[in-house]
Design a protein around this ligand. Structure first.
Ligand code: SAM
Length: 233
């Protein structure tokens, strides 16, 4: 029997982070985003896109729940934040206090992300800044974005998404990217490295996509101190 601790979530959480947190776990310089076309996939209630657009980026966010009314998204935030934070508080052994000093500090930051997202969604959904769609099929042209990001979906929900989904999703992230996609973290809800990583990277390499696990100056959830960078020539 396996008694290793793990977060237990009934579904993929509608839970989001700020640009400051994205900058850490994706090793991004927020000052270098001006003029960059960037896609945030599985963006949820993250404020990355709102903040990136504010800094002059051409940023778009995609999530299956976009297209819902503001009230529906607020309800998802309310339920999923309560559930996620209860799990995190119940399993502090899964946390590393490198990027936040406490769970309270992380909660304040993530709630501020959701508040900012909801305001921006209300103002900019009609301008196609927030697009409703799900991996492994995205409604964008080949090479539409200079940089594609995907945080806290792939590899995290190890019981929900299998290897075939991960491979199809990575192919799709690279299809809509002109050169690079970054995925974070490279661990599951138990903080253990994704077991099929070598197989995935070998399959992508056979299609001309290089991959590298790159350490980042970030860790809150155990093992979340790296990102997977995919590149095509
Ligand atoms: C934990 S949130 C991550 C939000 C944000 N990327 C971050 O790191 O703060 C995961 C998001 O993935 C979305 N999601 C679920 N299935 C998906 C799929 N097949 N393709 C894209 N997004 C999906 C959920 O709606 C949810 O908003």
């Amino acid at each position: 029997m396996n008694f290793a601790p793990s977060l237990e979530l009934p579904s993929v959480a509608f839970f989001g982070r700020t640009m400051a947190e994205y900058a850490q776990f994706f090793a991004l310089d927020p000052n270098a985003l001006r003029g960059l076309s960037v896609l945030d996939v599985a963006a949820g209630p993250s404020s990355f896109t709102a903040e990136a657009c504010r800094r002059g980026a051409d940023a778009v966010a995609v999530d299956p729940l976009y297209g819902c009314t503001l009230q529906t998204l607020e309800a998802h935030v309310q339920i999923d934040y309560r559930r996620m934070l209860a799990q995190v508080r119940a399993k502090p052994e899964l946390l590393r206090f490198r990027s936040f000093g406490s769970i309270d500090e992380a909660e304040v930051s993530r709630r501020s992300a959701a508040t900012r997202f909801l305001t921006d969604y209300e103002q900019h959904f009609a301008h196609n800044r927030y697009v409703g769609a799900a991996l492994p099929q995205l409604p964008f042209l080949d090479g539409a974005f200079a940089l594609v990001l995907c945080a806290h979906l792939l590899f995290v929900y190890e019981k929900r998404f299998d290897y075939a989904f991960h491979l199809a999703a990575c192919r799709e992230l690279m299809r809509v990217s002109r050169s690079e996609a970054r995925i974070h973290p490279v661990v599951g809800l138990g903080g253990k490295p994704y077991v099929e990583l070598d197989r995935l990277c070998d399959a992508l390499a056979a299609e001309g996509v290089t991959s590298a696990v790159v350490p980042v100056d970030y860790e809150f959830f155990m093992g979340s101190d790296s990102m997977l960078v995919l590149r095509c020539p």
